[in-house]
Ligand binder design. Structure first.
Ligand code: COA
Length: 346
């Protein structure tokens, strides 16, 4: 905090108000309520008081600040406690997409919660919200979300999306998110016999670095915004698991897969027709070349996709809910999205 340009304000305290200017970008309810908060580098950081259970009469201040590199180990441990399947590399990748959009809540310099976000122009994405169990139901999750929503709006997002677990839906509804559709997590065991020779598939080719720009333009029609930075970074991590489908020179679809903590994950997986979508996933399964599990998350509205999952022997691991805040119009074309890039980034 010491290297930040900060001021401290309390909207009910007249003497503090004299020196405090609430930024115009702060959410209206944040400006109205008598809550103390800091403004550091133009971003409002909430400072709220909680009473810790073990110290009945002692009140501690919760600070919400931007996440920095030294927090990555804490976040990795925290998400592993939920068995979300990320390793340190995944968390660091998510943070590097947009370090200013990721926040930590802390008490006495000890992190107790976090949230990540990324802004793709008019579409914002929020993920990896978690508060340590002993600090839950004290409005810390809500404050983390409000700081993130404020950041996203300031960055230009008009539609802010996330994929919610059932337990968190009431929190998101209370912040103005609306439910859209179910997102189904599918899984399948991969065996060595699944191996596919990609060269023999006329439509499918291995993705190359120089394909990414064209791919990002193609992807934008479906996702609704450019996510070229995410595509570049995923490609860099596991190029051997990235494939394109083409008809002549025309791009029909692509898939990118990667190793996660205890399995492999396929997505984004975007294609304009179901036959080529199947070829793409089969190429990916073939390239994994080890006995392991492959997971992916698919919107329930993609009927071709859910049919394909049954045909390829995938089973349902669970469901989450896609939710949106703000404008619905930046939706792209979800019919061609077979697998999302990840719950944390869309
Ligand atoms: C979801 C989570 C981040 C909420 O954090 P939190 O600090 O406990 O939430 P808050 O205290 O800010 O809750 C705000 C409101 O959300 C709702 N809410 C929060 N947790 C809830 C729960 N378990 N069941 C029902 N409603 C809940 C309530 O309306 C609550 O307001 P109230 O306490 O005045 O009734 C936290 O429970 C958590 O880390 N869970 C495990 C990880 C997870 O599921 N993350 C969400 C991924 S989508």
């Amino acid at each position: 905090m010491s290297n930040c340009d900060m001021c401290l304000g309390d909207t009910n305290d007249m003497s503090a108000r004299a020196s405090f200017r609430c930024p115009d970008s702060a959410p209206r309810d944040l400006r109205k309520k008598s809550k103390r908060f800091i403004v550091a580098n133009g971003t409002p950081f909430i400072f709220s008081a909680v009473e810790l259970p073990e110290t009945r009469h002692l009140v501690r201040l919760v600070l919400i600040r931007t996440l920095v590199e030294r927090d990555i180990d804490y976040v990795t441990e925290s998400v592993n406690a939920e068995k979300w399947g990320y390793d340190r590399r995944d968390i660091e990748r998510c943070w590097r997409y947009e370090p200013d959009g990721c926040f930590v809540a802390e008490i006495d310099n000890i992190p107790i919660g976090h949230v990540f976000s990324i802004c793709y122009g008019k579409i914002g994405w929020i993920g990896l919200l978690r508060v340590d169990p002993e600090h839950r139901r004290r409005r810390i999750g809500r404050d983390l979300m409000r700081v993130t929503l404020n950041y996203q709006q300031g960055a230009g997002a008009e539609a802010i999306r996330l994929v919610a677990r059932d337990e968190a839906v009431p929190l998101y509804l209370s912040l103005g998110f609306r439910e859209e559709f179910e997102v189904i997590r599918f899984s399948r065991q991969i065996r060595r016999a699944d191996s596919v020779n990609v060269d023999k598939q006329a439509w499918i080719s291995q993705m190359r670095q120089k394909d990414i720009e064209d791919l990002a333009k193609f992807d934008c029609k479906y996702f609704g915004a450019s996510r070229v930075c995410v595509l570049r970074s995923l490609y860099k991590d596991e190029p051997r698991l990235c494939f394109l489908a083409r008809e002549g020179t025309r791009l029909l679809g692509y898939v990118m897969a990667r190793r996660i903590r205890d399995a492999y994950y396929a997505g984004p997986w975007v294609c304009e027709n179901p036959e080529r979508a199947e070829d793409l996933l089969c190429a990916c399964i073939g390239a994994v070349s080890e006995e392991t599990e492959l997971r992916l998350d698919m919107g329930s509205l993609n009927e071709n996709g859910t049919g394909l999952m049954r045909k390829l022997g995938f089973h349902v691991m669970g469901t989450t809910i896609s939710m949106v805040w703000g404008e619905r119009k930046h939706g792209g074309n979800s019919a061609g999205i077979y697998g999302i890039g990840g719950r944390e980034k869309g």
